[in-house]
Write a protein that binds this ligand. Structure first.
Ligand SMILES: Nc1ncnc2c1ncn2[C@@H]1O[C@H](COP(=O)(O)OP(=O)(O)OP(=O)(O)O)[C@@H](O)[C@H]1O
Ligand SMILES: [Mg+2]
Length: 345
């Protein structure tokens, strides 16, 4: 048995011996102290649900957004305010649930990974962080009930280990309808879920965080942004209210995981977060970063060449990058390679 296993066994033994004495006896007090020391030592070696591991560093996350997230000021402020409000409350009324919507390559998955990095010391490797992909993890329409059961068990187990667990559901629009209905009791106000039907032990569901990612509503978001642009409203002046209603209506009516779902029906999503299509200026930033990450400071020719691979739409204005900042790395890598070859000749 390894060291951590031994500490667990010691803890169990202490609990057993404690049960043989009254709570106020000196022996019970000493055993309590031993138990605390064993737990403290264990948490030096394995991830525990304590502040050292569940860090919630929102200020640093905000700084990171300001530096590394381009063109998503609405998403940035909605996410930061929502997380701050939720994490600073010792007794939130319900779990925090946010739904991210927008075209491909605009930063939905990217932002979720950043959040994990600043909420958990172990980042997306934390055992309290769960990432599900609608297409890969729930591929079959006829298995909805099995998926629901599995999901229920995973969530219960994680919340038992840490109330501050976080669950990300990517590509919700590729998920069979109905799977997400299993989340309703976890997202509801002041729900207390029993571990066993006849048990009196409850699980607190209200401190967890759920994030849903999808492309539903993208066309509506792009059209609305275009209209606002034509009316002379700058991108940075747009507000959540300009988009929120479009997203919630479309998410509910477009095919996919949220389609006619109880989760939406019961108003259990706290924030619908729009990710706006990226413009050339943002793609340039992404390109610069991709070059610098590979140790190359790009010339304007290199950026121009990389940009020539990016498609813009919708016609006739063609001001938004159709795939955002997606798949730029590969282009950048080949441009660097081609330049290196040329200088070697
Ligand atoms: N707004 C942004 N600011 C900075 N980098 C970005 C932004 N959007 C995308 N990127 C870069 O592009 C990559 C791909 O973006 P991401 O995977 O987050 O897209 P997505 O919105 O999840 O798209 P999809 O809907 O196709 O899943 C990221 O890893 C990141 O490097
Ligand atoms: Mg994604």
């Amino acid at each position: 048995m390894n060291f951590v296993g031994t500490l667990l066994l010691i803890n169990l033994l202490i609990i057993y011996v404690k049960c043989q004495f009254s709570i106020s006896s000196p022996i019970s007090f000493v055993l309590d102290e031993f138990s605390n020391i064993a737990t403290y030592t264990k948490c030096k070696f394995v991830e525990c649900c304590i502040n050292e591991y569940v860090i919630s560093d929102i200020d640093k996350l905000d700084d990171m957004f300001k530096k590394e997230l381009y063109g998503q000021t609405i998403a940035q402020s909605v996410v930061i305010n929502a997380l701050r409000g939720h994490l600073t409350s010792s007794n939130p009324p319900k779990a925090l649930s946010m739904s991210f919507h927008g075209p491909p390559g605009t930063g939905k998955t990217y932002i979720s990974q950043m959040i994990a990095k600043f909420l958990f010391k172990n980042g997306d490797g934390s055992k309290f962080y769960h990432f599900f992909n609608g297409r890969n993890d729930f591929p079959l329409e006829n298995k909805v009930n099995d998926y629901k059961e599995e999901l229920y068990k995973i969530i219960i187990k994680s919340l038992q280990n840490c109330e501050r667990s976080m669950f990300i559901f990517d590509e919700v629009d590729k998920m069979p309808e109905g799977v997400l209905n299993v989340l309703v009791p976890f997202l509801d106000y002041h729900t207390k879920i029993k571990l066993w039907r006849l048990d009196n032990n409850f699980i607190n569901t209200t401190k967890a965080i759920y994030i849903f990612l999808s492309n539903t509503g993208s066309i509506g978001i792009t059209q609305r942004l275009l209209t606002l642009w034509k009316e002379g409203k700058q991108r940075t002046m747009t507000k959540l209210q300009d988009f929120e209603n479009i997203i919630s209506v479309r998410a509910f009516n477009e095919k996919g995981g949220f389609y006619h779902s109880d989760t939406i029906d019961s108003n259990l999503i706290d924030h619908y977060v729009p990710f706006l299509p990226l413009e050339e200026v943002h793609v340039r930033e992404c390109l610069k970063k991709a070059f610098v990450n590979r140790g190359v400071y790009p010339t304007s020719e290199m950026i121009k060449e990389a940009l020539s691979y990016v498609t813009f739409g919708p016609p006739p204005d063609n001001i938004y990058a159709i795939a955002g900042c997606k798949r730029l790395e590969q282009k950048v890598a080949s441009i660097i390679y081609a330049n290196k070859k040329q200088t070697e000749l």
